[in-house]
Design a protein around this ligand. Sequence first.
Ligand code: ZN
Length: 109
Amino acid sequence: MTRYIDADVLLLDLTYQKATFESVQGGRSGLFAKGVACGLDGAIQSVKNAEAEDVSPVKHGKWVEYVDDRWGASYYSCSECGKPPLKEERTNRQCLSNFCPNCGARMEE
Ligand SMILES: [Zn+2]
């Protein structure tokens, strides 16, 4: 499974690591310091050059139950968009799917 990360957060972390390393080194310019700085610069550049995928955050929701006092029947709606789930064609009962068919939220158990 592909794992997506926030490139801006990663860049901030790498930049922070480089600045921290440079401050600890106190301006010394030995081979080790140059190697670490060069490695961090390479990582920063790689993240900047990486092609961005078109992804959106996963919404998480749950089916919220409410009871019609007049009939004593339970109905559900999505906690994210407020819309009801699909109904089974044969029985006309609400089908509590793993995803909201309206907004795409992933439903928790
Ligand atoms: Zn929804």
